[in-house]
Unconditional design. Structure first.
Length: 210
């Protein structure tokens, strides 16, 4: 997992522009292609492969980089990602578990983003300590519900390898619309906060822009 993150971090530092087949690759694109080939070679050496019907390893990495680099009209990241690696007795069982864990990882990233907003509001004295603590508590409590309420996620990376004990290890990365993930969080937190105090629900409106 660490190696995959390292390559993804390298790719994110590059400015990769889509080009037609007739155009020459830029220096950055060539570096990205070289990096992907190197990573695929290492993945295969480590025993990773793909199930029939899934994209080849190199195409999985390329699709991942493409999703990670997409921006919305305001220049913000269009997608939020989550990743996980797990072991199961069968490929399907391990993939199911890894996908759910990746959704939790995705929800945790959204949780962190909102917590940082709350901390900023607290630092600017726009929230009291008590209000900030209650909002942060609601964010944390919503994480599991967020992962369950997410719609269909994009799963560009689905790879596996057979272990010596007969089990299967699966590695996956999922992507989901950042705006849609935020909407899920808003709805989940609002339901929680309205049961606690109306003023907290209003504060959430101000923070997240309802």
């Amino acid at each position: 997992m660490k190696k995959l993150r390292t390559v993804l971090a390298l790719a994110l530092s590059m400015v990769i522009m889509a080009s037609c087949a007739s155009q020459n690759l830029t220096k950055e694109q060539k570096m990205a292609e070289k990096s992907i080939k190197k990573e695929v070679k290492q993945l295969k050496k480590d025993g990773w492969k793909v199930a029939p019907g899934n994209l080849a390893l190199d195409l999985q990495l390329k699709e991942t980089y493409s999703k990670a680099l997409e921006k919305d009209e305001k220049g913000y990241e269009k997608y939020v990602s989550g990743e996980a690696m797990t072991v199961g007795e069968t490929y399907d069982a391990a993939l199911f578990q890894a996908t759910n864990l990746a959704k939790l990882d995705l929800a945790a990233k959204i949780e962190t983003e909102i917590t940082e907003l709350i901390d900023t509001k607290l630092g600017n004295k726009q929230l009291s300590q008590k209000q900030a603590a209650s909002l942060a508590e609601s964010v944390a409590a919503s994480k599991n519900l967020i992962s369950q309420k997410l719609g269909r996620v994009i799963i560009p990376v689905k790879m596996y390898r057979d272990l010596e004990n007969g089990n299967v290890e699966v590695r996956t990365i999922v992507y989901y619309s950042h705006d849609m993930a935020m909407d899920v969080l808003k709805q989940t937190m609002r339901e929680d906060l309205e049961q606690k105090a109306d003023d907290l629900s209003k504060q959430l409106d101000k923070i997240l822009g309802f």
